[in-house]
Design a protein around this ligand. Structure first.
Ligand code: GRG
Length: 408
């Protein structure tokens, strides 16, 4: 099993970037060339180590223990830059005071019902994962370029816009999936109905577009407009399925990039463009966001099998019920080929969902998906480590670990 996903990755452009991997990097064992025996061996034992760790401690996937030397403790770390910080969320939130009030101001419209609907999710209950990455990336790039750690108003606006695009897509997604709960409360479509929910999502998206236009930077406008196209294409990809196993995995990773990672990657790129003129830095910011974003979604797909509904604030096994074969299923199918038929019929026969869930839990699909997420996080860390040291850069390193250890 250790090498099977390399075959899937072949020909897939959504893999972690594999430019000049350093010694010991798992990317040395990539599909492009023969693997030296010692490296292959090291990778096998590394893989077995991760595998045994993840099966023994399903909630303890810390890559810092396995990969790199940043010491990582829960609430207070000495970072590579030598400064102390509490945690990436605390550090990021300093720049995000009043985030939701500011978003609600963007949505100040006269129609009371439309206003209530479009402001419904801006209640401070989301993780604000995207805005936090965005402001940390802004400060990390500003420091890298001119040693200024201040966040520009336009960069903070990108954090708001990213959260607004994210929320608009959640509102639309819940309509498509006919979802009843999100973040532990009823969805907009359940309260106000589908038609009004679609319009509320549109309104949030239009307010985000107005805020984006106000920044007045055409490069940034085109970067964030790409996200909207990707979200729609990603959702569309999810409606289709592939018969061939290799194509299926590539399709899954492309969908994952478009639905989840593109927003994070392009928001990171946008703040880097606003803070620094160097295209190399823009690429680092983009690659960090892309790799963290893919890892984030892979873990989301794992949590759909391992977490309980209360923790997630939405029903679990939701993906199977929607007919979706995510990472854990695709890996499990290697061990239980009888799942192929179920995948093709999108788990539509009575008992399919329960059977598929059992297969996944009996297989190493959860561990393999987690391992894959670790590799994307490792790549994100490799990218961001190219920036000059700063507390924010190190918080982004820490944050990529949080992606792996999160339980909601
Ligand atoms: C309106 C632009 C637009 C898009 C329409 C419906 C659609 C096309 C795209 C759906 C994209 C989508 C909802 C992807 C899911 C991404 C994801 C992992 C969401 C969960 O993110 P969390 O856990 O949520 O950060 P919170 O609740 O913390 O914000």
């Amino acid at each position: 099993m250790a090498s099977c996903w390399w075959r899937w990755r072949r020909g897939c452009s959504w893999r972690p970037a594999a430019r000049s991997p350093g010694p010991g990097s798992p990317d040395r064992a990539g599909p492009c060339g023969p693997r030296p025996a010692a490296t292959a061996c090291a990778q096998m034992s590394y893989f077995n180590l991760v595998k045994s760790l993840t099966s023994a401690f399903p909630n303890m996937y810390s890559i810092s223990r396995l990969h790199h030397t940043t010491s990582s403790v829960d609430c207070c770390s000495k970072t590579r830059s030598g400064e102390k910080y509490t945690d990436p969320f605390k550090l990021g939130r300093r720049d995000l005071k009043g985030l939701y009030e500011d978003i609600r101001k963007e949505l100040l419209i006269s129609a009371t019902e439309l206003k209530e609907m479009s402001q419904y999710y801006f209640d401070g209950k989301g993780k604000a994962f995207r805005p936090i990455i965005v402001v940390l990336m802004a400060r990390a790039c500003n420091t890298h370029y001119n040693n200024s750690r201040d966040v520009q108003a336009s960069q903070r606006a990108i954090a708001l816009i990213a959260e607004m695009i994210h929320t608009a897509s959640l509102v639309h997604d819940d309509v498509i999936d006919d979802a009843s709960s999100r973040r532990g409360k009823h969805t907009v479509n359940k309260i106000w109905g589908e038609k009004k929910a679609v319009l509320a999502g549109d309104l949030i998206l239009s307010a985000a577009s107005i805020a984006l236009a106000r920044i007045g930077n055409t490069t940034v406008i085109s970067i964030l407009t790409q996200v909207i196209e990707d979200l729609v294409r990603g959702e569309f990809l999810q409606l289709g399925s592939k018969e061939n196993e290799n194509e299926r995995f590539a399709h899954y990773l492309e969908k994952t990039f478009k639905k989840t990672a593109s927003l994070i990657a392009n928001s990171c790129k946008a703040v880097s463009v606003l803070g620094c003129p160097d295209p190399v830095v823009h690429e680092i910011a983009y690659q960090y966001g892309k790799n963290v974003g893919i890892a984030f979604q892979l873990i989301d797909d794992v949590l759909d099998f391992t977490s309980c509904s209360d923790q997630m604030g939405k029903p679990t096994s939701a993906d199977l019920k929607l007919g979706l074969a995510t990472g854990p299923v695709l890996f499990a199918c290697r061990q239980f080929p009888e799942m192929n038929a179920m995948i093709m019929r999108r788990f539509s026969l009575p008992g399919d969902v329960d059977k598929a869930r059992q297969y996944v839990l009996q297989s190493d699909g959860v561990q393999q998906t987690t391992y894959l997420a670790q590799r994307y996080c490792h790549e994100a860390i490799r990218e961001i480590s190219k920036l000059r040291p700063s507390p924010e850069r190190d918080a982004l390193i820490q944050l990529s670990e949080t992606v792996l250890t999160r339980d909601k």
